[in-house]
Write a new protein. Structure first.
Length: 405
């Protein structure tokens, strides 16, 4: 089967499941579930894949809301990734219902033709993208061993070849002082809130001397109970972002020193705890980005490279996947032009006509990119060669940090 015929038949497979895919998208949208609580979405998607005849492992790799579905023969192995977690309070304002349904459609279309095409497809359900690092847990557990490439598509208010992905790690600073009566005996106290405020101020001063592309932002989550009691405990939470996982490693000790300085100045103690998952930057496979863009254009879409006035900047655990295998994370327009993600407007669009079209086009373009890897002349070889050069450029330590922690 040549690649043109394969793509034609894959598109028919997606179209034949139109109602199924849109129903799945809408049902997940109507049942938003946060990090590692995505039991409804897990069961829905795994059940659909089982009914289609794929070999499905529920609660895969020791992650209760992850799944793995496989089809095909020994040959080029392509993973299609589904996200389905939601945001607290905002539901699917990031459109993960679209990601889930588009990945489902691409996986089903590829699975239907995998044996004829001489390829293998893995549909991987990846929970907890919104801060929980679900993909990182799966990578560490070996979910991508033997996989030649990993694909997913993310909805946005623009049609972009990629997301501007930067590395991030969260850190928590808990300050311990000594409570006292603020009027009768303030001299007996050690003010943990003062320590937190001074630590916050030190980070604010640090911001002037970090690169323009780096970000450090935080909140105070505990600061005392009553104003006439010297606070004995205070807590701040932070996100530290940098261009790459390597430059993030250099920024982290500077942030930690600033946080600790507040405790030193006030005679308090502080526990600084870095979250055990670090989101990496994205190493987009340029070969696959080009194939995705061509496939999207064939569907009447016009993805462009990000520009200063038209881009989506953020962090995703798909970055960690891209350090393990060649990967892409394009943005498909699913909302009116310029609608930012993580907003109520985007949440509504994710279940509207624009979101539905993104599901169908996203599924088709992903499936076509699988076809390019299976049957495209020299595509898989070019992807492998490019990835080897990329890993040499970033170095083994960066890859270890991104994939093993």
């Amino acid at each position: 089967m040549d690649v043109a015929e394969l793509k034609q038949r894959m598109q028919a497979e997606v179209e034949g499941r139109r109602d199924l895919l849109l129903d799945a998208s809408h049902r997940i949208h109507a049942h938003p579930e946060t990090n590692y609580e995505e039991h409804f979405a897990h069961d829905l998607l795994a059940g659909i894949l089982e009914e289609a005849g794929l070999d499905v492992v529920r609660r895969a790799y020791g992650v209760d809301t992850a799944f793995e579905a496989t089809a095909g023969v020994d040959g080029p192995t392509v993973a299609v990734l589904c996200e389905y977690d939601a945001l607290p309070g905002l539901g699917h304002a990031c459109g993960h219902n679209i990601i889930a349904a588009a990945g489902l459609g691409a996986g089903l279309a590829a699975a239907a033709l995998a044996r004829e095409a001489g390829g293998r497809v893995v549909v991987l359900g990846t929970p907890a993208e919104e801060g929980g690092g679900g993909k990182i847990a799966l990578v560490r557990a070996g979910a991508l061993e033997g996989v030649d490439a990993a694909l997913m598509v993310h909805p946005a208010g623009a049609e972009l070849t990629r997301m501007d992905v930067i590395a991030v790690q969260e850190v928590f600073a808990t300050y311990h002082g000594r409570s006292a009566h603020a009027a009768a005996a303030p001299h007996e106290g050690r003010n943990a809130l003062d320590a937190a405020v001074l630590g916050y101020t030190a980070v604010a001063a640090l911001r002037q001397h970090i690169r323009p592309t780096e970000r450090v932002h935080g909140i105070v989550t505990a600061g005392g109970d009553k104003p006439n009691i010297v606070p004995g405990r205070a807590r701040t939470e932070w996100m530290v972002r940098s261009d790459t996982i390597s430059s993030l490693a250099a920024l982290k000790p500077r942030v930690e020193a600033a946080l600790r300085s507040g405790a030193l100045a006030t005679g308090c103690d502080v526990d600084v705890e870095w979250k055990d998952v670090t989101y990496a930057d994205m190493l987009d496979s340029e070969v696959l980005v080009e194939r995705w863009a061509d496939n999207a254009r064939a569907l009447g879409r016009h993805p462009i490279e990000p520009a200063p006035d038209r881009r989506v900047v953020g962090s995703t655990d798909m970055g960690n996947v891209s350090y393990a295998v060649p990967a892409i994370h394009p943005m498909i327009q699913a909302a009116p032009d310029g609608t930012p993600i993580h907003t109520e407007d985007f949440e509504r669009a994710a279940a509207a006509a624009s979101g539905d079209q993104a599901v169908l086009d996203g599924a088709t373009a992903l499936a076509w990119t699988v076809a390019d890897l299976w049957a495209g002349d020299g595509v898989l070889e070019a992807v492998r060669h490019e990835f080897a050069a990329t890993l040499e450029r970033v170095g083994p330590e960066a890859r270890r940090s991104a994939t093993r922690g």
